[in-house]
Design a protein around this ligand. Sequence first.
Ligand code: ADP
Ligand code: MG
Length: 240
Amino acid sequence: MLEIRHLSKSFGRHEVLRDIDFSVRPGDVTSIIGASGSGKSTLLRCINLLETPTSGEILFHGESITGGKLNANTYRSKVGMVFQSFNLFNNMTVLQNCMVGQTKVLKKSPQEAKENAMKYLRQVGMEPYIKAKPRQISGGQKQRVAIARALAMEPEVLLFDEPTSALDPEMVGEVLSVMRDLAQNGMTMLVVTHEMAFARDVSNHVVFMADGVICEEGEPKALFADPQNQRTREFLSRFR
Ligand code: ADP
Ligand code: MG
């Protein structure tokens, strides 16, 4: 579904990503792990066109997303994003948050957008809160709404950038549980996370990054049990 080929990204003279290569097949759940500053967010931002790669390419179903042939807005609507800080519209209700992209971008009728939004809000357990504003709900609930909002656009792949890092510890579980259900239902997901249990138990592929390069990647159980790279070993030892 996605192929990242020789992707590099610099900000001025600072090379933040160097020769990144990996691919995502439909139904893959890929966790991206690594220390802060290693380039994980920049990689996701390149994949959803929030940043332009300095070199290399990203293919979506074999077509370059930067090459011009594929329409940027069409592509963006197929790649959902969930942020650490939720990024909900604070002046809108939970339901409106999950409708606005559908009516504005996908040009759905309000009726259709509402039915679809309700379906996904039900899926994440937020149906009882449809009239609430973001400030009236907890962080975990906000993140579940943000996931429903992304799902309501019916993306082919969902990108998560540390979706539980801004949450109080007692709220991490409810968000991970929604993500685990999505993974089990076959959603293609790319997840930047510090939740090593999620990376090991839920994803089918793990990518370890350090200083803008992929140091090691592989099947999660093997990578966690027996990391081959010294930097992977050092990184993982902090979580034991
Ligand atoms: P991570 O998500 O792994 O913590 P980031 O992708 O956020 O890493 O950042 C990687 C490096 O790129 C950091 O050194 C950061 O300061 C730098 N960086 C990220 N965004 C920008 C930007 N817009 N301009 C300049 N430097 C940036
Ligand atoms: Mg980051």
